[in-house]
Design a protein around this ligand. Structure first.
Ligand code: BGC
Length: 541
């Protein structure tokens, strides 16, 4: 790693190992953290569109909603700061807890962090399902937020570290798949409980106990990752787990790599300070910006508020929950596409294709709403269906791009010395921007009306430019070898000290004549991580 004494040859190593049943099962259980996160994302929209929930906690919103049913001001019927705070408080709490979750993940491991998350979730669910007043409701949401902060810190890291390199993308996306299944599950539950005469919302909030319980179980039963064991000096345990998860006896090469990486990370004790080092600037900037972009695709406007949004567009309460279930299902299926494609086609192609799809669908939705919903009067039935289809087109593209990759890429780019801190920045900035959207969307919808979709489409254009220019491909690079992508990138290489000058065989050289003649720093514009160029080159001794 740069600056740390380890020679990076521009070479990419391959380690032995298969994706064992054991590792897959382990990852599935860990991914329950994602299930819980998704359930929390999906549940609030349906609950806040239920009249008896509004009557108990937000009587003003209910009065406003009933009034606007008779007037034409549907875009503003849910515009209420307290109602938005019910949704957003979880994300604010999650943001704060991430900073506590990071040292726990590093010092005590990924497994205890997941256990803490599970326990926070369980207590939060009890508060929510039993809520008698707004205070209990918000305390429950805050506890769930703590769970989200701890789970989102530990689970993606856990998955990246357990997975063999060539499966890493796919297995990591299990987290995102679990998020989408959680959202769908929440929408289905809301669809059912929306029909209950009384207290359907309590059942909705209470059923979050299932994923919460599963994650707690995972925190008790799962093995710790080899990376974390080695980093904390438990070398033999680390080797044992590595053998078990790779399904082979000889794991020496990968184990050596883990030890080197761990020794290096021990040299500097403060991961947050490491994170600010110039050599980690590319990773830091990318992780942060990807969270901003992920949320400014506008996805959570749909995920949190789909039932509310569909009601605003004139769907009856039943039909709007039904449409939320459809978009939820599209979200799950399209995430599977990402799992299959990500380690073959790579990350960038998915992001770029999806950008086009998102831009077109959002712009079309804005035009239909502008034309078809004059003076706030609901859409006609047929235009309503077209909008649902367009929302599905939009959701599907998000689900195979920014959804999973917003988590995958940051989890695989940080060197061990800054990985846990990098993950906290990822999670906390994600939660921060999620909070912003949760808190602002209903007010923005009221102010911008159909223009809200153009607002998000505009951001999609900026994201495309970012991906083209600044996001290197990370497919197929072992985590501890990731530095090669920065040393080869036209822009980021300036942040990596001593970017190796390699000859055509991939062997580093310091010979000035060679430098000026036929040798160049290995560089890519990001479209190709350069792996194929040097991959058969002789290994540096
Ligand atoms: C995002 C969530 C979003 C979800 C939708 C995740 O990757 O972080 O904010 O609700 O995708 O599937």
């Amino acid at each position: 790693m740069a600056g740390g004494g380890m020679v990076t040859t521009g070479e990419v190593k391959h380690f032995e190992g298969k994706a064992t049943v054991y590792v897959v099962l382990t990852c599935i259980l860990a991914a329950c953290g994602g299930l819980m996160f998704g359930y929390d994302v999906g549940i609030s929209g349906g609950v806040t569109s239920m009249n008896d929930f509004l009557a108990k906690f937000f009587p003003n919103v209910l009065a406003n909603k009933l009034r606007s049913a008779q007037t034409s001001n549907t875009y503003c019927q849910y515009n209420d700061q307290k109602l938005q705070a019910f949704t957003s408080s979880l994300y604010l709490a999650g943001l704060v807890s991430t900073f506590f979750a990071s040292p726990v993940t590093r010092r005590y491991g990924r497994k205890p962090t997941m256990l803490i998350a599970g326990l926070c979730f369980c207590v939060g669910v009890i508060f929510n399902a039993a809520a008698q007043d707004l205070a209990m409701l918000i305390i429950g949401r805050v506890l769930l937020g703590w769970g989200v902060g701890f789970a989102n810190q530990a689970v993606p890291l856990y998955l990246s570290e357990m997975a063999p390199t060539r499966w890493r993308g796919g297995l990591n996306i299990l987290f995102q798949l679990a998020v989408t299944i959680g959202i769908l599950f929440a929408n289905l539950v809301n669809y059912g409980t929306g029909k209950m005469k009384h207290d359907g919302w309590r059942v909705s909030l209470g059923l979050a106990g299932i994923p919460a319980g599963l994650l707690t179980l995972g925190g008790i039963l799962l093995p710790e990752t080899p990376n974390s064991l080695v980093q904390r000096g438990k070398l033999e345990d680390g080797r044992k787990v590595l053998r078990k998860i790779r399904g082979i006896e000889n794991v020496d090469a990968e184990f050596e790599d883990l030890i080197l990486a761990a020794e290096e990370s021990k040299r500097i004790t403060s991961p947050f300070r490491n994170l600010l080092l110039r050599r980690n600037r590319p990773q830091l900037v990318i992780a942060f910006i990807m969270q901003f972009f992920q949320q400014f695709t506008g996805i959570n406007a749909i995920m949190f508020y789909a039932p509310v949004l569909f009601q605003t567009l004139g769907f009856k309460s039943d039909a709007s929950l039904y449409s939320a279930v459809i978009t939820g299902a599209v979200n799950v299926v399209s995430t599977v596409v990402a799992i299959v494609v990500v380690d073959r086609a790579g990350r960038r192609i998915l992001l770029l294709e999806a950008g086009v799809q998102m831009f077109i669908s959002q712009t079309a939705i804005a035009i239909i709403l502008a034309v078809g919903m004059k003076n706030g009067v609901s859409l006609s039935h047929s235009l309503g269906i077209v909008v649902v289809v367009l929302i599905c087109v939009y959701v599907s593209s998000f689900a195979w791009s920014w959804g999973p990759l917003g988590w995958l890429i940051p989890s695989e780019i940080f060197p061990l010395e800054a990985r846990s801190a990098g993950q906290s920045v990822t999670v906390s900035s994600n939660l921060f921007f999620t909070f912003v959207i949760a808190q602002a969307f209903l007010s923005m919808l009221c102010a911008f009306k159909w223009g809200i979709f153009l607002f998000f489409a505009g951001w999609v254009v900026i994201m495309q430019i970012f991906v083209i220019l600044f996001l290197p491909e990370t497919k197929g690079i072992p985590i501890e070898e990731m530095e090669v992508v920065w040393t080869r990138h036209w822009f980021w290489k300036r942040f990596v000290p001593d970017a190796p000058i390699v000859d055509h065989a991939g062997i580093p050289t310091t010979d000035d004549t060679k430098k000026s003649n036929n040798l160049k720093p290995a560089t890519t514009n990001g479209a190709d991580n350069g792996y194929h160029k040097n991959h058969d080159a002789p290994q540096q001794a």
